[in-house]
Design a protein around this ligand. Structure first.
Ligand SMILES: Cc1cc2nc3c(=O)[nH]c(=O)nc-3n(C[C@H](O)[C@H](O)[C@H](O)COP(=O)(O)O)c2cc1C
Length: 228
């Protein structure tokens, strides 16, 4: 059996992800990350090179522990400025056919209902080519951006993540039947209401009624992964 090689680009929607300092190279064009063209050109290049996917890392705070402030990160462009990873995916999907997209999103600070909808939307728009890098966020500054005084402790973050996933599975897998959307013009029925359910989740951290707002996407639940 011949082994198959899978190739993935590890990226971030910012000027400097993990190759800090490279942006000063005269031929580096990372400062274009605010332009959609940068991402569509990158996606086409990756597909031309038969890459399996591009994985977009993300943090929702800045690195401000070193020398007690964000100055070093800001000066050196280390993951700041940085933009939202989810929003460049549809543009990359529009110019490719096979490239997969992994996006990072944290389970700790934003409740699951809106994220479930965003991921389903991405799964529709990419025709099933999206995955989610599940993170719980390690930056103390991230906690302070979302109403906490200090970092949510490690094990508690993972307890929240467990319940977050429960809610998502209920929304993605349990709320709509495959054949709920019938688009029957004559009877004027878009969706058969008997095939869509509330999820009525009541847990320790979340209370979510549903139903999910999106009809089932190709994957329903996107590819789930964690980088450890
Ligand atoms: C390759 C790789 C990529 C990662 N990408 C992110 C990321 O984009 N955002 C993030 O908050 N954490 C990221 N992490 C951190 C992990 O989610 C995780 O927090 C870390 O591996 C430590 O595990 P722990 O959370 O169980 O302590 C990454 C880790 C690795 C190894």
């Amino acid at each position: 059996m011949r082994k198959q090689l899978h190739v993935n680009l590890f990226e971030m929607n910012c000027v400097s992800h993990i190759v800090h300092g490279l942006w000063v190279h005269p031929e580096n064009n990372r400062h274009r990350f605010n332009d959609l063209d940068y991402w569509t050109e990158l996606a086409q290049l990756l597909e031309y090179g038969t890459f399996d996917g591009v994985f977009l890392a993300d943090v929702i705070g800045t690195y401000d522990q070193f020398r007690d402030g964000p100055e070093t990160a800001l000066r050196e462009g280390m993951q700041i400025p940085s933009n939202d990873p989810l929003l460049v995916i549809p543009a990359m999907a529009a110019v490719t056919r096979n490239l997969g997209f992994g996006a990072t999103f944290s389970t700790t600070y934003e409740p699951p209902f809106a994220f479930a909808r965003r991921m389903s939307t991405l799964d529709h728009l990419t025709k099933g080519r999206v995955g989610w890098n599940i993170v719980t966020s390690y930056l103390p500054n991230a906690a302070r951006n979302f109403g906490h005084d200090t970092e949510v402790v490690h094990d508690h973050r993972y307890e929240i993540a467990d319940e977050y996933l429960d809610v998502l599975y209920k929304l993605w897998e349990g709320s709509w039947d495959d054949d709920a959307v019938i688009q029957d013009r004559e009877r004027r029925v878009y969706t058969d209401p008997s095939k869509v359910r509330y999820i009525d989740h009541v847990g320790e951290h979340f209370k979510v009624a549903g139903p999910h707002l999106c009809q089932p996407s190709r994957q329903r639940t996107p590819v789930l992964f964690q980088a450890t």
